[in-house]
Unconditional design. Structure first.
Length: 477
């Protein structure tokens, strides 16, 4: 009787133990106190190849961008383009004078750049406009300024030393970043030469403290954008070798709409269109009677998503998130709710709590099983899947060099998105597809979260064991 009872217990245990064995290497992190949720399954049969607490709710960090990309493709389709316009309800006379305000209507295009403003200015010139007797008005009526939800973005309103926490506005350009170019001075000990990346005009005040060294010296640049008396200032410190190549330096702006106003005004001036009034920003929409004087279409959504996911661009992700919201002047929470509504229609996903599309918000929660359900649902949508999977990286040729590890099996048979957070706890997350040796498609995800008592976690500690586990699944299926 005792033997039969033991056999029954073993048989009951085996179906649970076998899938868990699929992540034997990654699972060792649990012994150090990290919280792990992981799952891998084949898409044709649904067979689970590995499973570790797959329904555990954890922070996905930038793996959240997979949800944003899927919801955006579902809403707009791969070929959707955002259209940005210059409009006015003022009269344009025969001499090319516009007797009133010229309004830039922000479309929420996350890829809008200086080149697009140049094309707008050129098209306005082609329309016959030579002078604006009113103001240049930047309208961010769709959304912006957007309330900050993370420490980095809130602090970035006054000072910032990074490029990833850009503030958000429907009228934002250049991923919400200023750019200046730093080149060596003409002789040692001379100040470096600093110019603006987006034209000849002085678009942002520069506090240049960079000193030129002799040829062969060490180049070490430090940059911070601070806001002084309502004006953005790029503070540059450090040294640059006399024979160093010029370097572009980016820092987020303190007011994206104001950044657009300054840049567009410079573009208008360069094409010979004089603006008599001072520029202004507004949250009001243009007049219903306003005529379109110039317009530019952005890149198709599938191209925007490639940049958003390849470079894990937080500005682009959250701009798209805001665009998905159906409420007037939405917050990031409104956009996240729209993504959650889309995910609610995915079978077997389970709970999802997003606070943004970028993943910068550490409070967001999902599960490894949920990520896999999302990936599986896109796989079965032929009209959307090519654009979706094309936005993921293959380790062997992706832009994130830290992914280039493991054998050629992992390097060339996996397409993935990663997520990283360091505060308030360490998060390393991965989700994506794989192809087995026999050509079968699979999905996998692994969410690793630290706690207040766990040690520091780096990507090597997660990717090295994960690649071993995934390689084994690929080779044996």
């Amino acid at each position: 009787m005792a033997c039969r009872l033991l056999l029954a217990v073993v048989l009951l245990w085996l179906p649970l133990a076998a899938p868990a064995a699929g992540f034997t290497e990654l699972g060792r992190l649990a012994e150090r106190g990290f919280l792990i949720g992981a799952e891998a399954r084949l898409l044709d049969s649904g067979e689970v190849l590995g499973s570790l607490a797959p329904q555990r709710q954890l922070s996905p960090a930038s793996v959240s961008k997979l949800y944003l990309a899927a919801a955006a493709l579902d809403r707009w389709g791969p070929q959707h383009r955002f259209t940005t316009r210059l409009v006015s309800d003022a009269e344009l006379d025969a001499e090319g004078r516009l007797h009133g305000d010229l309004v830039f209507e922000g479309s929420g295009d996350p890829g809008l750049a200086t080149e697009d403003l140049w094309r707008l200015a050129q098209r306005l010139h082609q329309r016959g406009v030579r002078e604006v007797n009113g103001r240049l008005v930047i309208s961010q009526w769709r959304f912006g300024p957007v309330a900050c939800l993370t420490t980095d973005r809130c602090e970035g309103r006054e000072r910032v030393a990074n490029t990833y926490s850009a503030l958000l506005s429907a009228a934002g350009i250049n991923h919400g970043n200023w750019c200046v170019n730093v080149a060596p001075g003409r002789e040692a000990q001379a100040p470096a030469r600093v110019t603006h990346c987006d034209g000849q005009a002085s678009l942002v005040t520069v506090d240049n403290q960079v000193i030129t060294l002799a040829a062969g010296g060490a180049t070490a640049l430090d940059a911070e954008r601070v806001t002084r008396d309502g004006e953005d200032v790029m503070v540059l410190r450090g040294t640059i070798a006399g024979d160093a190549a010029p370097r572009d330096v980016y820092r987020t702006s303190g007011d994206p709409a104001e950044q657009t106003a300054r840049t567009l005004a410079a573009m208008l001036d360069q094409v010979g269109i004089a603006v008599q009034g001072i520029h202004a920003t507004t949250i009001e929409p243009p007049s219903a009677s306003a005529d379109t004087l110039a317009a530019v279409e952005g890149r198709p959504l599938q191209a925007l998503l490639l940049d958003t996911l390849h470079y894990s661009n937080n500005f682009m992700a959250d701009m798209l998130t805001l665009g998905l919201a159906d409420t007037p002047r939405p917050t990031l929470l409104d956009g996240a709710e729209a993504i959650e509504h889309f995910v609610a229609g995915i079978p077997d996903h389970g709970p999802l709590d997003l606070r943004s599309g970028s993943g910068l918000t550490p409070e967001s929660r999902t599960s490894a099983r949920g990520v896999n359900a999302l990936l599986a649902s896109l796989f079965h949508r032929p009209s959307l899947f090519p654009a979706f999977v094309g936005s993921l990286q293959t380790p062997s040729n992706g832009v994130m060099r830290f992914l280039r590890r493991g054998s050629p099996v992992f390097q060339n048979r996996v397409m993935l998105k990663t997520g990283t957070l360091n505060q308030p706890v360490a998060v390393r997350a991965v989700g994506g597809y794989f192809r087995t040796r026999t050509g079968r498609w699979g999905v996998f995800s692994a969410l690793v979260n630290g706690t207040a008592t766990t040690p520091w976690l780096n990507w090597t500690q997660v990717l090295d064991p994960l690649t071993e586990d995934i390689e084994r699944m690929i080779e044996t299926n």
